[in-house]
Design a protein around this ligand. Structure first.
Ligand SMILES: [Zn+2]
Length: 462
């Protein structure tokens, strides 16, 4: 090629760029995906969080280790600012392993796979033994009346609805049994609660999760445990054979005083509109049975990766971009509430927040909590995501931790939507470990998040 032709080629290339920002955008987005897939850091970070630290329940030593580790890693990225935001969190401990068995006859017992629900009171030191009554939910519990419930263990056994394609819908259709079951059963005179695990698969893992006694006085609070789906089926079949079937339950959990903890925050200060803040985040705490790899180690490392990817490809955001690793999503949401509270006090202007808290699976798209006009603007970027098989742009949603930010101004909240079919195989259970997360899927998620952050930064959402 002659020199003049080369010049012409460069010139026309540059003209295309100037006239058509989407060509430039698609090249930037390509760079983001390349960097994440060829030279990503998210998987290494997750490996450390999962295998070297492990489950990070609020107020635990592991949670504190995770705070220190992620802060140090963010500092190593050379961001403009990295800091810890103090927040008091509840502390609940499981104690030594729970134990339960089913009495099938005189001296004949079968062990059941159970785990205490988060926030539950323990049983008496000698345990609890009572007849079991199965119900399909809180409504049916109330229909039975006090006379049928008094002195018994209530067994909530309504399964997640398998024909719902969006498994989060199946989850929200059932989770009232876990969250409020003990409170409602106690009002009817029950002495304990077993809840079928929030899991679409039949297996041996009990899945924990938060529960609440509402305003019940301490003496009326009854122990609550999750039972594996396999043993829920088994218990149900045994109750059909013999309604007098008894279950023994022993739980050693304990609620402590609140303790000091932190949100971990890192920032790239905007070059043109530093006062406009965009947040990307996940929650750093997790349940204690597994390593919290999908929930939500994945979301944390993906969010950290967004800022690292920008630095690596040399992208300087116009707006301020913050990664926030929220503390205590699982059993209190204190971190999310604190972050929003401080933002309000400081009069900060948050324009966008993106959370990843639905597992580290293949990304499919996002959901948005926005105005109609904002949603239209976002969906105009859809074609830029098509090469990466990202196609779902849904209305409604966001994430638990960024939710409290939503009360202020014109902010758009968004949630990464990965494929959800396998999420509840692992959610809050002992098998939520590093091996359950696929490297490429995790990295694709990080790049997908970074691409959306890039576009919002480029064009705003006004
Ligand atoms: Zn979560």
């Amino acid at each position: 090629m002659k020199f003049v032709h080369l010049l012409l080629a460069i010139f026309s290339f540059a003209t295309i760029f100037a006239q058509n920002p989407s060509v430039n955008d698609s090249l930037e987005i390509r760079k983001i995906y390349d960097m994440s897939l060829l030279n990503g850091k998210s998987y290494d970070w997750l490996e450390h969080l999962s295998n070297d630290i492990g489950g990070r329940l609020s107020g635990s030593y592991e949670a504190q280790q995770a705070i220190e580790y992620t802060k140090a890693e963010l500092e190593a990225l050379g961001l403009d600012k990295v800091w810890l935001q103090p927040v008091m969190v509840p502390k609940w401990t499981r104690g030594s392993r729970e134990y339960a068995y089913l009495q099938t006859g005189p001296g004949a017992t079968t062990e059941l796979d159970i785990c205490a629900l988060g926030g539950s009171v323990p049983t008496a030191p000698t345990g609890l033994k009572a007849q079991v009554i199965e119900v399909q939910g809180i409504e049916q519990l109330k229909e039975y009346g006090k006379e049928n419930i008094e002195g018994k263990i209530v067994f909530f056994n309504r399964p997640m609805q398998a024909d719902l394609i969006q498994t989060f819908k199946a989850y929200s259709g059932c989770v009232d049994q876990r969250y409020s079951g003990a409170m409602e059963a106690s009002k009817m005179g029950a002495v304990g609660v077993l809840v079928r695990s929030m899991n679409l698969r039949i297996d041996d893992f009990p899945h924990t999760g938060s529960m609440s006694y509402g305003d019940l006085p301490e003496r009326e609070q009854i122990p609550a445990a999750a039972i594996s789906t396999q043993d829920a089926e088994y218990l149900s079949s045994m109750l059909k054979l013999n309604r007098e079937t008894q279950v023994y339950l022993k739980m050693n959990c304990e609620q402590h005083e609140d303790v000091q903890s932190y949100n971990v925050i890192g920032e790239i200060t905007g070059s043109e509109k530093p006062e406009e803040i965009m947040v990307v985040g996940g929650h750093l705490d997790s349940w204690d049975l597994g390593d919290g790899s999908h929930d939500d180690g994945a979301g944390c490392v993906q969010s950290m990766e967004v800022l690292r990817l920008f630095r690596e490809i040399g992208y300087k955001p116009k707006r301020t971009i913050r990664v926030v690793l929220f503390m205590n999503e699982e059993n209190g949401l204190r971190g999310g509430n604190k972050y929003a509270e401080v933002a309000r006090e400081k009069g900060e202007n948050h324009v966008f927040a993106l959370e990843s808290d639905a597992g580290g699976f293949t990304p499919r798209g996002f959901n948005f909590n926005s105005s109609e006009a904002q949603f239209e603007k976002i969906t105009s970027w859809k074609s830029l995501f098509e090469p990466y098989l990202i196609h779902l742009f849904a209305k409604g949603g966001g994430g638990a931790d960024i939710g409290p930010l939503g009360n202020s101004g014109n902010i758009v909240l968004a949630g990464l939507m990965p494929d959800s079919q396998r999420y509840f195989d692992y959610h809050h259970a002992a098998n939520d470990t590093f091996e359950a997360v696929n490297k490429r899927e995790l990295e694709l998620g990080a790049a997908t998040m970074a691409s959306l952050m890039y576009l919002v930064d480029q064009y705003g959402l006004d």
